[in-house]
Design a protein around this ligand. Structure first.
Ligand code: ZN
Ligand code: ZN
Ligand code: ZN
Length: 355
């Protein structure tokens, strides 16, 4: 049994501030051992029934709303089998595409109509496969679908932000739990976390005339303590003020504001696959959240005079946060994130996972 943490040693817990989000995290120093962590990570999935299918499986295209986008190498007709990645509207969207935002006040309160778009990216025609199982070129197809949908949705000036994420292990209805999906949500407001990052990056730029992410990448490549993996174009690291154990960010090494402008998605797919395999090796197949933080919709922002320096101050990235048990409720109580594993340790464990 490998115990890599300092059992019995008394180290002072640390409070760390993330310079990009401004969020404080409490770093507990008396970490759990890897055996406990791995046991926490394993997904408790019900077994796949033989022949199990769902509405997102190849051959069931007529059971979903009409497709918005698909990658079809064989030029097969729309809404028929033959696709590798397929995007369809969410049947029960949080926000609706039709209508105007109708911004209005109610006394001191602000209100908008719930317009927006909510799309599902079906990452594979195969039921029961997860992103970790996909080949690099299949992951690249999923990343391409994200890019194409974001480019399209950003043509609509009503949408200030396009959120791309996946939530592995989310409580969806019925069998679709076992079909690997991502969400794309276009919103008429900038989500708070994205706005905090944008604002902090802008403030840093006004002060130093440099991109805070580029500075962070430079420092992390120098110190290497929190480095997980890298290739020519991308870097994966555990952020200094990680909010949760094994939080990982993937960033392009070259300064770039918008995910959807990237033309090195095969290299991103390669590093993402490596990171997912490392997570599998270190933690089993835990539930996790992956979110793309890209620049906002300039078409909407410029109209309002926002984000004037965004192309120089903001740097897109992916954030992956495994959902392990044992996180305190202190974040809900005090607004601090409590993390029982410092990122230096997490990065060390992940580096040791040989793929
Ligand atoms: Zn399915
Ligand atoms: Zn940058
Ligand atoms: Zn972010």
């Amino acid at each position: 049994m490998v115990r890599i943490f300092w059992k019995g040693t008394k180290l002072m817990n640390q409070l760390r501030r993330d310079p990009i989000t401004g969020i404080w995290a409490i770093m507990l120093q008396n970490g759990k051992d890897m055996v406990t962590i791995k046991a926490d990570g394993h997904r408790r999935l019900r077994r796949l029934r033989p022949g199990e299918t769902c509405e997102f499986c190849s051959g069931h295209e007529s059971e979903t709303p009409l497709e918005i986008f698909a990658i079809r190498p064989d030029n097969s007709p729309r809404n028929e089998p033959g696709w590798r990645v397929r995007v369809v509207p969410e049947r029960f969207p949080v926000l609706q595409i039709h209508g105007e935002t109708n911004n209005r006040g109610l006394g001191i309160y602000d209100m908008l109509d719930g317009i927006g778009a909510h799309e599902l990216v079906v990452e594979t025609p195969e039921h029961g496969k997860i992103m970790t199982d996909l080949a690099e070129n299949e992951i690249a197809d999923v990343l391409t679908a994200y890019r194409e949908r974001v480019l399209d949705l950003k043509r609509d000036p009503r949408f200030r932000y396009i959120l791309v994420y996946k939530n592995v292990g989310e409580g969806r209805r019925g069998p679709s739990l076992r079909h690997s999906l991502s969400h794309i949500i276009a919103t008429p407001i900038t989500p708070m976390r994205a706005r905090d990052e944008l604002t902090n990056a802008q403030e840093y730029f006004l002060l130093k005339e440099r991109c805070i992410f580029c500075d962070m990448i430079r420092q992390e490549l120098e110190t290497t303590q929190r480095l997980v993996a890298e290739n020519e174009n991308f870097i994966a690291l555990c952020p200094f003020a990680s909010r949760a154990p094994f939080e990982i960010w993937i960033l392009p090494k070259r300064h770039e504001t918008f995910y959807e402008w990237n033309n090195e998605l095969p290299a991103l797919a390669k590093l993402l696959k490596m990171v997912l395999l490392k997570i599998r090796q270190a933690l089993g197949d835990p539930n996790y959240v992956m979110v793309v933080h890209s620049g906002p919709n300039l078409l909407a922002g410029r109209q309002r005079g926002y984000w004037k320096t965004v192309e120089r101050d903001f740097h897109w990235h992916l954030e992956i946060t495994p959902r392990l048990r044992g996180t305190a409720d202190f974040d809900i109580i005090a607004g601090f994130q409590v993390n029982w594993l410092p990122p230096e340790r997490a990065a060390e464990v992940l580096r040791q996972c040989m793929i």
